[in-house]
Design a protein around this ligand. Structure first.
Ligand code: NAP
Length: 279
């Protein structure tokens, strides 16, 4: 599996298996299947309610712990000093691991500074190999970097054809924060982007699916991706994107699909943030 080198030298697989809205026995089966298909990065979060199931899959999968890359995210209701730290230990207990590869602040809400300093301490104690953030927009990211010690290794943000995060990309490149794409398929709810003529034409040209064109486009841009699927065939399809290379002009055509429009939700949108406050 191709990797991305994080700003502290840690190697992170460029494709990971997303586990949002997969719980219980189905999560156990899906994560075991994903690992057997070749995924080594498993992306979860405290809010997904599936850390115990993923822990069971890690124990049963037959792949050594050190070959896996486990990411979880701290929920914003646990951001106060000490609470973030305790929540990370609870995550490790549920996952049955004694270290985590990557821990992210899930959303830039609540006492994010306290949470970040708890994560900095856990990183210094080598309980976490890399720490980062999620859903941070440019001003939030720059602010966090300037008033803390550790520069986030990763910013996991919604990224798909219509939401390519152009302004954020410049900031992340400047501070060497790796771009990780969540909802690369818009959660399967916005499929018009896969019916764009350029996407259909490239899928036909390279004899791959439209979804493989999307993943190839992001990976070829140096962005790591977290596709989610319940389907074992699609798990393999979503990994099978290294046998073709998009030409420069094709990359430019796909870049032009960007509308700078969030499909899932922006942490700087008032209505979305009001809704998030009820979570
Ligand atoms: N940090 C955050 O705030 C945040 C937010 C959202 C998501 N995430 C992470 O990012 C991961 C991925 O995002 P997501 O779960 O929101 O959705 P997504 O990966 O964008 O889309 C999942 C949808 O795409 C379909 N799909 C998957 N592979 C396909 C293929 N090859 N062809 C056609 N359809 C395909 C799936 O259907 P089937 O399952 O039926 O195949 C499902 O409906 C999450 O699971 C989670 O780990 C993070």
């Amino acid at each position: 599996m191709q990797t991305v080198e994080l700003n502290n030298g840690v190697q992170m697989p460029i494709i990971g298996y997303g586990t949002y809205q997969i719980v219980g026995q189905q999560c156990l089966m899906c994560v075991k299947e994903a690992i057997s298909a070749g995924y080594r990065l498993i992306d979860t979060a405290q809010a997904y309610g599936n850390e115990i199931d993923i822990g069971e899959a890690i124990r049963q999968c037959g792949v050594p712990r050190e070959e896996l890359f486990i990411t979880t995210k701290v929920w914003f209701r646990s951001h106060e000093t000490g609470e973030c730290r305790a929540s990370v230990f609870k995550s490790m207990e549920r996952l049955g691991v004694d270290y985590l590869d990557l821990v992210l602040i899930n959303w830039p809400f609540g006492n994010t500074y306290a949470a970040w300093r708890d994560l900095e301490a856990l990183y210094a104690e080598k309980k976490i190999r890399a720490i980062g953030v999620s859903n941070y927009m440019p001003s939030q990211l720059i602010d966090l970097i300037h008033f803390n010690k550790v520069v986030p290794a990763v910013n996991q943000v919604e990224t798909n054809f219509v939401c390519q995060q152009q302004p954020l990309k410049k900031v992340m490149a400047k501070y060497k924060v790796a771009h990780q794409a969540f909802s690369p398929f818009g959660q399967g709810r916005f499929n018009a982007m896969f019916a764009e003529p350029v996407v259909l034409a490239l899928a036909e040209k390279y004899d791959v699916s439209t979804h493989q064109i999307a993943l190839r486009f992001f990976v070829q841009s140096g962005i790591s991706v977290l596709p989610k699927t319940f389907d074992p065939m699609r798990m393999r399809e979503n990994l099978d994107i290294f046998s073709f290379t998009l030409e420069d002009g094709e990359m430019a055509q796909l870049s032009a699909l960007d509308k700078g429009k969030f499909l899932i939700g922006s942490s700087q949108d008032g209505d979305f943030t009001e809704l998030a406050m009820t979570w």
